[in-house]
Design a protein around this ligand. Sequence first.
Ligand code: GLN
Length: 238
Amino acid sequence: MTLNILHLYPKEMNLYGDHGNVLALKRRCEWRGIDTKVYAYEPGDEIPDDIDIIFGGGGQDSGQSKIEEDLMKIAPKLKAMVEDGMPTLVICGVYQLFGKYFHTHEDKMIDGIDVMNLYTEAGPTRLIGNITIESPQFGEIVGYENHSGLTYIENKDAAFGKVVVGAGNNGTDGTEGMIYKNCIGTYLHGPILPKNPKVADYIIEKAIERKTGEKANLAPLDDTIEERAHKVSASRPR
Ligand code: GLN
């Protein structure tokens, strides 16, 4: 079996090692004998029909402006895929643009594609530092955040997790990220998947189940190094 990964805008949307998430997905598949093919999607490209996982990373406001127009063009396709249960991970810049809009510090409105019920307003200061959250589904998750955008999710129960250390969606309501169907949106860079392997395996499992229609029984991996990376990250001061 080959899992096809769509990597949205790797040139503009790739901060703080976000590309490492694609490598983690690839490797964790390969270690289990599952092939992967990564499609680096840039403005103007075609989205292949047989995608199994979507990934999009973070980016500067200027980068988000650059992809805005193209993202609108592919919005119907992306929306249909997410609605159909496509395992999707979007970080920071692309997470914001999966919502209704991002109103930047320069008073620019960048339209989102409204896949997730949220909106983002730039705040007075950047929210920067190591972050730990507690997710009902995955337990403790660690990462790094750096954003000016304050994101407000309509349904707080749909948060990816509760902030333990750090700011998360907006620094005030204690929520971090959002899950809609199999789409996870989060501010966590780092990258998130290598040191939170449960999240990586969830995405792989959902992709296999969606592709085959059967339950995926992923072979367990030796995650000693991943767990060590997680612990070190969690112990770092903000
Ligand atoms: N440019 C956005 C912000 O500052 C997203 C930043 C990011 O992706 N790290 O809020």
